[in-house]
Design a protein around this ligand. Structure first.
Ligand code: NAI
Length: 437
């Protein structure tokens, strides 16, 4: 091909080409090369597959980190933990917890995550680029930060993390447990468990939206089997959290009065058949019960385990759950109108500042859970969302819901759609994470 302009390549992608004399046939990879006369430059665009985006933008992910750091600093210092382990530290609530600890409390942080590294011509997963940018900023700020990329469910990664804590920090005084994964291999039995998002007992039919097209349709989800429940609890319940705390305790890697926090969700009756009363809800029941078990074990060092119930937000984990994207679109609309909308970083800064580190007893509900979903669950918000739910169709959604807000948050997860990032500029996809052990 010779010439310049736009054309569609063999894989249906729109490719912009400038001053081309020669152009190799594109391989089926997640990037666009633009060939100029002398140089080959890399432009990365979003490539969607259902509820996943196959590409991520390093500069956009960096911008996401910078925005979150700026927000954290704008909220003033937090008298929080100084040595923090975050398990699930690269995206969503775990990433926000790491940023809040580092830039709110000047904490040394160790982050554990499971992300795909980049290769020439192949972008990394967004959590990789997020972590690279986090490390860079932590270094500039003179903060200790090291990261481990591997399967947190494995004994090997637990041991590696503990070795690092012992060598560099001695002990940690806060452990955030924020994993969201579809699978887990139990390190003791070797069994691979797959979690499912299904109702228990009866099939569940309700509305859902394809957030790419805005099409609102009915979806019916068949009920789960008993085995599905066991598997989902094995992946997303509290067993692995307890294993981490046991391993840290055994290695004497937890400081006196150490806290550990895991994240849960409750949500409204609209979503409960597929969430709180479904397979994932059973896993959350187990996680919440595990907090009491862990607290008992930490009694001798004055430590405590909490579950914090967080707000529904667009993350890679939540966009995979049917019905939830429609609920979030309506919820966002109402929360933004009322001026109470929050993202992960706003939620976690508030969790640290107004719940965990106030100098007073940590407030909990009757089930011992910290509630930072209070603004989402406010009666007026929920009443309005229920009303809108009845009206939601493909035609009405653009006006009554915040589908654009959903889409924009989804793109942001992968580093796309940020102001101040030149998405047409050449970008290096092969980014290293400093401090990766
Ligand atoms: P996310 O998908 O943004 O983050 C998951 C993190 O876990 C990433 O850092 C990822 O690298 C890491 N991870 C996954 N598998 C791993 C493995 N095998 N080894 C090491 N790291 C691994 O998820 P999100 O949404 O932040 O969820 C975190 C927790 O918050 C979950 O327990 C979720 O149920 C809970 N939550 C989420 C809500 C939401 O609306 N997104 C609402 C309330 C609670």
């Amino acid at each position: 091909m010779v010439g310049s302009g736009c054309f569609e390549d063999d894989f249906g992608r729109n490719v912009r080409v400038t001053k081309v004399d020669k152009c190799k046939k594109y391989k089926k990879t997640s990037y666009l090369w633009v060939f100029t006369k002398k140089n080959k430059i890399m432009i990365i665009e979003p490539r969607m597959r259902g509820f996943i985006c196959l590409t991520a933008h390093p500069k956009g992910c960096e911008k996401n980190i910078l925005n979150q750091i700026e927000f954290t600093k704008s909220q003033g210092p937090i008298d929080g933990a100084k040595k923090v382990l975050v398990i699930g530290a690269s995206t969503g609530f775990g990433l926000a917890s790491r940023i809040t600890s580092a830039f709110g409390s000047n904490a040394a942080t160790i982050g554990v995550f499971f992300e795909k590294a980049p290769a020439p011509g192949k972008t990394a997963s967004p959590g990789w680029y997020n972590s690279a940018a986090f490390q860079e900023e932590a270094e500039k700020a003179g903060l200790y930060a090291k990261s481990i990329n591997g399967d947190a469910f494995s004994t090997e990664v637990k041991n590696k993390t503990i070795e690092l804590i012992k060598a560099d920090l001695g002990k940690v005084d806060l452990v955030i447990y924020s994993l969201a994964s579809p699978v887990r291999t139990n390190p003791v039995t070797g069994v691979l468990h797959r979690s499912v998002l299904k109702p228990i007992g009866n099939a569940f039919t309700n509305k859902t939206v394809d957030f790419h097209t805005g099409n609102v349709t009915d979806i019916t989800i068949a009920p789960c089997t008993d085995e599905d429940i066991e598997n989902t609890v094995a992946v997303m319940g509290g067993e692995d959290w307890e294993m981490w705390i046991d391993a840290l305790t055994e290695a004497d890697a937890l400081a006196d009065n150490a806290l550990t926090i895991a994240y849960s969700y409750i949500g409204p009756s609209l979503t409960e058949a597929v969430y709180r009363k479904g397979t994932i809800g059973r896993a959350k029941d187990h996680l919440e019960a595990t907090a009491f078990k862990i607290s008992n074990k930490l009694d001798s060092i004055g430590g405590k385990a909490y579950v914090s119930v967080n707000k529904a937000l667009v993350t890679q984990a939540s966009s995979a759950i049917p019905v939830i994207p429609l609920y979030i679109s309506l919820l966002y609309k109402k929360m933004k109108e009322k001026g109470v909308h929050e993202g992960c970083i706003e939620q976690i800064v508030r969790l640290f500042k107004e719940r965990l580190y106030t100098g007073e007893a940590v407030p909990t509900d009757e089930k011992g859970r910290i509630r930072i979903d209070d603004l989402e669950m406010a009666e007026d918000i929920q009443a309005k969302v229920s009303e809108l739910w009845e009206q939601a169709t493909t035609e009405t959604l653009p006006a009554i819901g915040d589908l654009n807000g959903y889409k924009s948050d989804f793109l942001n997860l992968f580093g796309f759609g940020f102001d101040g990032v030149d998405y047409q500029a050449d970008v290096n996809e092969v980014v290293e994470i400093k401090g990766l052990v």
